[in-house]
Design a binder for this molecule. Structure first.
Ligand code: SF4
Ligand code: SF4
Length: 300
């Protein structure tokens, strides 16, 4: 039986596909987008986030660690990652949730039990389960088994993906996924590589192949001011997806709610000054793309 690592299960979601959905966030992503608001999703394995303002300085984390991996510096616990084996004792012992283990190992069967608790909401709303991340295609065996189990239970499924995976993986997953929420960030490859860390040719080629065999694809485009929000960039994406016969495109306004997590993970947030696009600008982009013949929705 396949197992995987997830970092969140969000119930009653209304932005990740039709109806009321349970969104499962799989851990690990091959991209490193400058605007990512879930940086804790990027590393494939488990990790510990430290919430400084929650810390009571009680020392329980240091006391419980058998590896001597927690030391106090400036009256604050610090984990020496080179000594830490991610056993989780410190986060279990911490009375205030300051040491938080991100990522949970779970089998497909265990996760299905959680998902099936929401079947009544799926049935009443036309919803289902959405596998997001991170990049769910990074755990293909786990994802494939979950999709098959959902199909057996007649639970609608969506896969929210960057499209950055081998075609073999995308093809395999497409056999049992009811809907793809497929991200495109930029058509210009040089800037795509700069802002996401990877080339877009794999993403573009996979989408071309996927569009030939799967008839339920919604394109999702994050709108990030100063990076991809120009009319030229948006039109390039819109014109490309129309050539594939895809009509549905969601534009997602950038937000910076994840900025604080970067500090906690000792990561650099590269666009701290960037503000969310105005409603007016989102409306302009919607109208411009809509004039091409696309069905545009603002938000997920
Ligand atoms: S996860 Fe385990 S090894 Fe790592 S710091 Fe916490 S208690 Fe120590
Ligand atoms: S156990 Fe939690 S609250 Fe106590 S020192 Fe460690 S991180 Fe802070």
């Amino acid at each position: 039986m396949a197992t995987g690592i997830i970092y969140n299960v969000q119930r009653y979601s209304i932005h990740d596909g039709p109806g009321i959905r349970t969104t499962v966030f799989l851990k690990g992503c091959p991209l490193d987008c400058w605007w990512c608001h879930n940086p804790e999703s990027q590393k494939p394995g488990q990790e510990i986030i430290f919430w400084e303002e929650r810390c009571l300085r009680c020392g329980d984390c240091a006391g419980t660690c058998k590896k001597g991996a927690v030391v106090f510096r400036n009256n604050m616990p610090v984990i020496l990652t080179e000594n830490c084996d991610l056993c989780g004792s410190c986060s279990s012992k911490c009375p205030s949730g300051a040491q938080e283990m991100v990522g949970r190992k779970v089998s497909a069967a265990e996760l299905m039990k959680e998902i099936e608790k929401d079947t009544i909401f799926f049935d009443e709303s036309g919803g289902g389960v959405t596998f997001s991340g991170g990049e769910p295609l990074m755990q293909p065996d786990f994802l494939d088994e979950l999709l098959k189990r959902c199909k057996e239970k007649q639970i609608n499924t969506a896969v929210d993906t960057s499209g950055y995976a081998s075609w073999e993986t995308v093809n395999r997953i497409s056999e049992n996924a009811d809907l793809f929420l497929y991200d495109i960030k930029l058509m210009d490859n040089i800037r795509h590589k700069k802002y996401t860390g990877v080339d877009n040719d794999i993403i573009i080629n996979n989408l071309k192949l996927l569009a030939r065999k799967h008839n339920n694809i919604v394109i999702r485009v994050p709108v990030v001011p100063g990076i991809n929000d120009s009319s030229d960039d948006m039109l390039a994406i819109g014109e490309f997806v129309l050539t594939l016969g895809i009509k549905s495109l969601n534009i997602l306004p950038y937000h910076n709610t994840g900025m604080d997590k970067y500090r906690r993970l000792h990561l650099e947030y590269k666009i701290p000054e960037t503000k969310p696009p105005s409603q007016e600008r989102m409306g302009e982009i919607k109208d411009r793309l809509g004039s091409l013949g696309l069905n545009i929705k603002i938000g997920g």
